[in-house]
Design a protein around this ligand. Structure first.
Ligand code: SF4
Length: 84
């Protein structure tokens, strides 16, 4: 059977319960993105950011309203950009 999970589930802090402690929204994100198949996790802003620059800051959520360019600019502003 095809694995519908995002390839980053093993290392993603959101998926592993490190970002949204005691929040029901973590389960929602997992169902809407992480475990929802390629069409969904490919559009997760955390996935897109990590693919683009090799890392993803903790404040970025799967449905972040910023564009990828805006996310990267903000990470640079905050000194979080370790991009490739
Ligand atoms: S879909 Fe997004 S939040 Fe879920 S594991 Fe992948 S990168 Fe992390």
């Amino acid at each position: 059977m095809e694995n519908n999970n995002c390839p980053k589930v093993e290392t993603c802090p959101l998926f592993n319960g490190l970002l949204l402690k005691r929040s029901g929204s973590e389960e929602s994100y997992k169902n809407l993105y992480c475990k929802a198949g390629k069409d969904k996790w490919m559009n997760c802003k955390r996935y897109m950011t990590a693919e683009q620059i090799g890392s993803c800051a903790d404040w970025i959520l799967p449905n972040c309203s910023l564009s990828l360019e805006e996310i990267i600019a903000k990470m640079k502003e905050k000194g979080e950009y370790k991009g490739k």
